[in-house]
Design a protein around this ligand. Structure first.
Ligand SMILES: [Zn+2]
Ligand SMILES: [Zn+2]
Length: 162
C-alpha cells in the first residue's frame, strides 16, 4: 500500500490490537481502515501513542494543496475534513471505504522535541485539534458528526498525555 501523500511504501504496525499503516521515515501519515477505527472507540485513550515514535524525513513533499487518492481504493479521492497549517496536521476520509488518512506530522515533531517544552506543546496541540478543528466541523450533519466521533477517538488513541 502506497502513501497517498508522498508515495512511500506504508509499513504495517500493530498497537493495542489495532492495525495501522504508517508512512515511516517519510511524511508520517497514518492510514486507519474503518474496521480498525471501530476498535479504537473501545480502547483506553493513549493506547496508540507508541505509534508516533518515528523519525520524519526532512523536506518530504506531501502535496498539501492537492487531493490525495485513497491508499485502499486507489482511484477514489479522499475528502478532507480539516487541515491545520500551524500544527502541520490534516485529516482525510475516503467516501467509498470510510477509512481515515491522518497526517500528524506536527504532533510527531512535538514528540521528538526537547523534554522541557513537550508538555506545553502537547497541550496546545490537542486543545487546538479538539476544540477548534473537530468542534469546527459541521456537526449538525449526521454523517459529519459520525466522522467527528471517529476522529476524536483516533486523536485520543494517539495522545501521549494519557
Ligand atoms: Zn507519506
Ligand atoms: Zn477508500
Amino acid at each position: 500500500m502506497k502513501c497517498p501523500a508522498c508515495e512511500n511504501e506504508l509499513t504495517e504496525d500493530k498497537v493495542s490490537g489495532v492495525q495501522v499503516n504508517v508512512c515511516h521515515g517519510s511524511c508520517g501519515g497514518l492510514w486507519f481502515h474503518i474496521t480498525q477505527t471501530r476498535k479504537i472507540e473501545h480502547l483506553k485513550p493513549g493506547a496508540g501513542s507508541a505509534l508516533l515514535h518515528f523519525e520524519l524525513a526532512d523536506g518530504v513533499k506531501t502535496y498539501r494543496g492537492a487531493e490525495h487518492p485513497c491508499p485502499h481504493c486507489k482511484t477514489t479521492l479522499l475528502y478532507r475534513h480539516f487541515y491545520s497549517r500551524k500544527f502541520d496536521t490534516e485529516v482525510n476520509q475516503c467516501a467509498k471505504c470510510s477509512g481515515f488518512w491522518i497526517d500528524v506530522g506536527g504532533l510527531v515533531k512535538i514528540i521528538n522535541s526537547q523534554q522541557e517544552e513537550r508538555k506545553e506543546l502537547l497541550e496546545k496541540y490537542f486543545t487546538a485539534i479538539m476544540s477548534e478543528k473537530i468542534s469546527g466541523m459541521n456537526l449538525g450533519n449526521q454523517d459529519v458528526a459520525e466522522a467527528a466521533a471517529f476522529i476524536t477517538a483516533i486523536f485520543n488513541f494517539l495522545n501521549p498525555q494519557y
